[in-house]
Design a protein around this ligand. Structure first.
Ligand SMILES: [Zn+2]
Length: 150
């Protein structure tokens, strides 16, 4: 077990220092109020909900997929039937896709991307920041340096 403040390997005490519970050695426990002597090897785990940042990315088919496919297909000199055959899909389905009356699935869009060599899928990132700030948040290194100076 190591002291949270000075890193010394010794007997630790669970000490409340500036509203945080730290496992510190007897010297560093002077900076706060000792709650109890630590006997087990288990350290107090920092709260999980301190500042949680989740990033989720969602794949979406681009908005104007129909005209993108149509333009590229015509550039390549492919008929709807030829492209449908390459995709192993029905010509009627490709027609619907090109007129944007049917949005292809991500899997199908990927297939079209591969065959035509274009980009149909965009990644939309959703950032979620938990606004709840934990009062018992672990002290920053700066805080610890200030404690040491005192
Ligand atoms: Zn210490």
């Amino acid at each position: 077990m190591q002291c949270d403040i000075c890193g010394k390997e010794t007997q630790l005490y669970l000490t409340e220092i500036e509203a945080s519970n730290l496992s510190v050695c007897s010297d560093c426990s002077k900076f706060g109020k000792v709650l109890r002597k630590l006997v087990s090897e288990k350290r107090e785990k920092p709260k999980q909900n301190v500042i949680k940042q989740e990033e989720e990315s969602v794949e979406e088919v681009v908005e104007n997929y129909g005209s993108i496919i149509k333009n590229k297909r015509e550039k390549l000199g492919l008929t709807q039937k030829e492209l449908a055959t390459k995709l192993a899909e029905k010509e009627s389905l490709l027609q619907k896709i090109e007129t944007e009356s049917f949005e292809p699935s991500i899997a199908l869009a990927r297939k079209i991307e591969r065959i035509l060599g274009l980009k149909l899928i965009e990644e939309v990132k959703e950032e979620q920041i938990n606004p709840i700030k934990d009062k018992n948040a672990v002290l920053t290194i700066g805080d610890l340096i200030n404690i040491k100076k005192r």
